[in-house]
Design a protein around this ligand. Structure first.
Ligand code: NAD
Ligand code: ZN
Ligand code: ZN
Length: 369
């Protein structure tokens, strides 16, 4: 057993506490990672606020990077000392989605049970098992994860940037390049400019989009979007019709692709309503469970419009993480510009409060001295 501090959610809707936890030693096929950085993603906040049905007690966090400290029996990759980003979805390998190669859509992943492959919870507290969110729980000083979840990144990758590759970058860039396969010259709109939405903007730049319209209700987010390549911005108010009108004016009648990166039904409806003929709405934001949205069917069909759902940017982490990391190193993905607040583990509740207010683009917890 190793002793670590971690961000523990004992009851949904209650504050996360920083607790002393026991961490199991890595067994066959597992590795221990000493965490260097963990992003704070809105998905953590959904869990913390009880909008999704997740078991407790659980250690929070699913967007992180660290150094491999110990490898269990039979592990050939990663190696001790390597910088790894952690993948929050470890495919089961045998379900219908996995058999088709759609690993990002695996419903049987141990990540969704928040335990290791054999069902063991990696943490304990006073003898009570404590689960790890998405089987990686990046908001702890060290974690034990399946080796397949720890993806080595190129030398020189900034650990905070590596952490963001673990969720928001892969989710947003992948939604544009993989899920939607936006062609060069297309017009793109992104609604919601947190880490996920800004990553959609960066993906649209790489795709060669002709116009990238960034939309948020917070002015500072619009500036952040311009800094990573948005060509135009719209400050959204409560009136969806005026947002749509402004969007149509900027994009010759409506953007070819609209990415919803908030997780609200009204903005999902806005994304669909703004589509021109043949346009595609890509839903990336995650609503509370059970939420429903509506759209007018006739013009949707008549105009050959499309709606796509995008989980984890259709990630194949072992291929995509090093590729995205290489793009951060050659300047094509300016991920460091997303990080506007660096905090300590003890500040996690403050970070959640700031996220509710829309205060920062991406907050990163840094570990170590
Ligand atoms: N599909 C996936 O695999 C996946 C992966 C990661 C995160 N997510 C989801 O993506 C969403 C975004 O995550 P994030 O971490 O970037 O969140 P965030 O809170 O950092 O960013 C959300 C942004 O939306 C803006 N916003 C809120 N309400 C708005 C409104 N009515 N109109 C315009 N802008 C508004 C906020 O100001 C903020 O800038 C969350 O729902 C998260 O759970 C999905
Ligand atoms: Zn996330
Ligand atoms: Zn599967």
């Amino acid at each position: 057993m190793t002793s670590v501090r971690g961000a523990l959610l004992e009851t949904v809707g209650q504050p996360v506490v920083i607790a002393d936890l026991e961490l199991i030693e890595p067994r066959a096929g597992e590795v221990r990672v000493r965490m260097l950085a963990s992003g704070v993603c809105h998905s953590d906040l959904h869990v913390r606020d009880g909008e999704w049905d997740r078991p407790t007690p659980i250690v929070m966090g699913h967007e992180g990077a660290g150094i491999v400290e110990v490898v269990g029996a039979g592990v050939t990759s990663p190696r001790v000392g390597e910088l790894v980003a952690l993948s929050w979805l470890i495919p089961c390998g045998v379900c219908r989605s996995c058999r088709r190669g759609h690993v990002w859509a695996c419903p049987d992943s141990p990540s969704y049970r928040h335990v290791l492959l054999d069902g063991t919870a990696p943490f304990g507290r006073a003898g009570i098992p404590v689960r790890a969110y998405c089987a990686i729980s990046t908001m702890a000083e060290a974690v034990v994860v399946p080796a397949a979840a720890a993806i080595p990144l190129p030398d020189g990758t900034d650990p905070a940037v590596a952490a963001l590759i673990g969720c928001c970058v892969t989710t947003g860039v992948g939604a544009v390049l993989k899920t939607a396969a936006v062609p060069a010259g297309a017009s793109v709109a992104v609604i919601g400019l947190g880490g996920v939405g800004l990553s959609c903007v960066m993906g649209a730049v790489i795709a060669g989009a002709s116009r990238i319209v960034a939309i948020d209700r917070v002015e500072a987010k619009l500036e952040a979007a311009r800094a990573v390549g948005a060509t135009d911005t719209i400050l959204a108010g409560d009136d969806a019709a005026s947002t749509i009108e402004a969007l149509r004016d900027l994009t010759d009648g409506g953007p070819d692709f609209v990415f919803e990166a908030i997780g609200r039904t009204d903005t999902a409806e806005l994304a669909i309503a703004a589509l021109p003929l043949g346009g595609t709405a890509v839903l990336v934001g995650m609503t509370p469970l059970g939420a429903r949205a509506a759209f007018e069917v006739y013009p949707f069909v008549d105009g050959s419009r499309r709606i796509l759902g995008s989980n984890y940017g259709f990630a194949e982490p072992a291929i995509d993480f090093p590729r995205y990391a290489a793009w951060t190193l050659d300047g094509r993905l300016p991920v460091e510009r997303l990080i506007d607040r660096r905090i300590r583990l003890d500040d996690v509740e403050d970070a959640f409060a700031a996220m509710r207010r829309g205060d920062y683009t991406r907050q990163v917890i840094e570990f170590g001295p």
